[in-house]
Design a protein around this ligand. Structure first.
Ligand code: BGC
Length: 266
């Protein structure tokens, strides 16, 4: 059964990693999908072709989510070509790691702009469009759904990644505050907080046996997450199966949040 049949989804940063898996799972569940990306036309086109093979519509749209002048036309295109939006997945994100005493303002600003301001701009445009189009009871009990891709680092402090942890901590309260503001209008807003997932952003943490074993000390479930683990959670949060869930941070992390250092001690 296609749980998202007839719905229109926009996924940011969807040409690779978690965004790609989310876009594919939404398409497999029956949604039309706009694949947003910032660079790498071939990869985005390939994702769109795979989505189209599920018998739904797929568009690619290049835009930098941190730029209002890019984001606004992207949502206009969503309205013009897919007829509107039912699901936004705020996925685009990056890391610019540095020791804090060496962190440049540019490294700080780039991470906050993409990871936090990008989610603000896209969420605002989505909510404007949800409100303009109104309820669509034939496809969903909610007027619209936003899924923010946050991180375990919305709560776990992260030395050497202060800009990234600050951006995700910001996503947490942005998400919850938007959820509170729009719940009465039947707009649901939630986050998925991935732990260590096998994607390019953290290749250094899993691509050698040594780094993988070190990573597993932080993962009670003793396997790395796969992008599909996040894609499936996104389908659930976007569907009516989670209709009573709003303002929640759902941790998909193999137990990374369970103080793994205490497994054998304390
Ligand atoms: C980061 C990854 C990291 C993971 C667990 C994610 O949010 O992007 O680089 O491996 O958190 O620490």
């Amino acid at each position: 059964m296609q749980k998202l049949k007839g719905q229109r989804a926009l996924v940011t940063g969807a040409s690779s990693g978690i965004g790609k898996a989310v876009a594919l799972e939404l398409g497999r569940a029956g949604a039309d999908v706009l694949v947003n990306y910032r660079s790498g036309d071939d990869m985005a086109n390939e994702v769109a072709a795979q989505i189209a093979s599920f018998g739904v519509r797929a568009l690619v749209h290049r835009a930098d989510v941190s730029k209002e002048a890019d984001v606004v036309p992207m949502f206009e295109r969503m309205a013009a070509e897919l007829g509107g939006i039912d699901i936004l997945v705020n996925n685009a994100g990056l890391q610019k790691d540095a020791d804090f005493h060496d962190m440049t303002l540019d490294q700080w600003n780039t991470v906050i702009s993409v990871n936090l301001t990008g989610q603000f701009l896209c969420s605002r445009e989505a909510i404007r469009l949800f409100r303009r189009q109104g309820m669509r009871p034939e496809v969903s009990k909610a007027m619209g759904k936003i899924v923010c891709i946050s991180s375990v680092h919305e709560v776990i402090p992260w030395a050497g990644h202060v800009n990234y942890a600050a951006s995700k901590g910001g996503v947490m309260l942005m998400m919850k505050s938007i959820a509170q503001e729009y719940a009465s209008q039947r707009i649901r807003v939630n986050s998925i907080c991935p732990g260590a997932i096998r994607t390019p952003i953290n290749a250094g943490a899993w691509d050698t046996e040594e780094s993988y074993n070190a990573l597993m000390r932080l993962v009670p479930y003793k396997r790395i997450g796969e992008p599909e683990d996040i894609g499936k959670a996104a389908v659930w949060l976007a569907s009516d199966d989670s209709d009573y869930v709003t303002g929640a941070s759902i941790f998909v992390d193999g137990g990374m949040l369970l103080y793994p250092g205490f497994e054998n001690g304390g």
